[in-house]
Design a protein around this ligand. Structure first.
Ligand code: HAM
Length: 429
């Protein structure tokens, strides 16, 4: 029979890897909680118009990469390509501003973009993101960056640099746009077909085109930071000062345009320099979007946020060689058929007592069970036979070698726990 394969660009995450994912998720949840962020879960499918109106019609994400379909009621729906717009929709829909002036949310989950695949770039990928509503102050921008910096530090991912930029606002962006259009017009015949359209409809998006020639042209384009109005310049300067206050290192990089239309003022990206990511080196990005909530029909609320690529973080973490699977504490083997049920009962009891216990449900010879014990990397084994059953006494054997520990079956859990706590305990393999 022909086999059915998974969808291209959508990955299975198997045990062995999933522990790395859980570690990152757990670390982020715990850390973001300390910053006062609550978890929000929005649906994976939204009205297509939400993304068209927020991320922007002429962006690659909306123009080329969305999974859009009609449901049975004839509505145009899309798998979410990102989390900011859905969170803003929920924020508006639940009138959150009426309940609190400042809101801090985080989320994690799959996002979907029909992108050309390579290492670190997938069609179903996962983000950990956060959004803060209600403060236009630079401290809020810096709190966001601090949160990412602390997360990366906790994960031991230190080779990541923070790049920041400011995209200005309604007062100064149009002036910059005019300068940009003037510059791009002089090169228009060299731009790709998409950028010819972008030049007319949304010239900023030419700056994040992936076409090589367009990128060369973009690299020599006028800098947006030179066109900032006084309030935007002051905001950006204060963001930098506050980063200095926290001792966070950064570089100002006026090429951080971000590829989504909703940004105003601060934008930032965290860029890793590890070969495991190839060219997919941006592990996260974000920025301020003070106009988005209002443009989606909500109140006039400033906001700032970020999204981290969980797949990419996990690729980096796997490279770091850290061990995330918890070790098996104990393997229990039955020496003969008659001991199988007692062993089975003991396994169940030890698990109830909180130990990580392995057991071969297939039974089989003691030799094959011990082979299995070796495979599991269990730190101790206990063999249960007729003698042990009758005497209620057994031997706890450290798998790494060393003296066996006599144990009363009644006290097995506490003896294993004590043995594990000793400095001489066998290491987790
Ligand atoms: P973004 O830059 O489009 O921003 O995505 C954030 C991160 O998601 C990227 O830096 C990257 O690590 C990861 N990512 C994006 N596309 C893929 C892909 N195809 N495969 C693997 N990883 C990917 C946003 O989505 C904004 N919503 C961030 C934000 C939140 N801005 C304000 N608030």
């Amino acid at each position: 029979m022909s086999k059915v394969s998974g969808v291209k660009g959508m990955n299975d995450i198997l045990p062995g890897d999933v522990e790395v994912w859980q570690h990152v998720e757990r670390t982020a949840r715990e850390l973001f909680g300390r910053f006062g962020y609550g978890e929000v879960r929005t649906p994976m499918v939204e009205d297509t118009a939400l993304f068209v109106r927020s991320v922007g019609e002429t962006t690659d994400i909306v123009g080329k990469e969305m999974y859009t379909f009609e449901d049975k009621g004839g509505r145009s729906l899309s798998l979410r390509p990102e989390g900011t717009a859905p969170a803003a929709r929920a924020y508006i829909e639940h009138s959150i501003l009426n309940q609190e002036p400042i809101t801090r949310w985080f989320y994690m989950g799959p996002m979907f973009r029909y992108e050309r695949m390579k290492t670190g770039r997938y069609r179903q990928f996962h983000q950990i993101g956060a959004e803060g509503y209600g403060s236009k102050e630079p401290a809020q921008d810096v709190e966001m960056m601090d949160m990412v910096v602390q997360l990366l530090q906790k994960l031991g991912l230190t080779d990541v640099s923070l790049n920041i930029n400011s995209l200005g606002d309604d007062a100064c962006r149009p002036g910059y746009q005019n300068r940009l259009v003037e510059y791009l017009r002089a090169h228009s015949s060299e731009l790709c077909a998409d950028c010819q359209v972008r030049l007319e409809k949304n010239p900023l998006r030419v700056l994040d085109c992936k076409n090589e020639r367009c990128q060369q042209i973009a690299n020599a384009a006028p800098n947006i930071t030179e066109s900032l109005c006084e309030p935007c310049r002051a905001h950006f300067a204060e963001v930098q000062r506050k980063l200095d206050v926290l001792g966070i290192k950064y570089v100002v990089n006026s090429r951080i345009m971000r590829g989504l239309d909703y940004y105003t003022r601060t934008t930032f990206e965290f860029i890793a320099s590890h070969p495991a990511l190839g060219t997919a080196s941006t592990v996260g990005g974000g920025g301020r979007y003070d106009k988005l909530v209002k443009s989606l029909g909500g109140p006039d609320v400033p906001a700032v946020g970020f999204g981290l690529g969980l797949d990419r973080l996990c690729l980096l973490l796997k490279e770091s060689g850290q061990q995330f699977s918890p070790p098996v504490d104990l393997f229990i083997a039955a020496a003969d058929e008659g001991s199988a049920d007692v062993a089975f009962g003991l396994v169940s009891r030890m698990r109830r007592e909180g130990l990580r216990v392995e057991f071969d449900t297939r039974g089989g010879s003691l030799k094959s069970q011990m082979k299995r014990a070796d495979k599991t990397g269990a730190r101790f084994t206990l063999v249960l036979g007729q003698n042990e059953r009758e005497s209620g006494q057994a031997q706890l054997k450290p798998m790494a070698g060393g003296d066996a520990i006599p144990v009363r079956l009644e006290d097995l859990a506490s003896t294993v726990r004590e043995a594990l706590a000793r400095p001489s305990a066998p290491p987790a393999s």
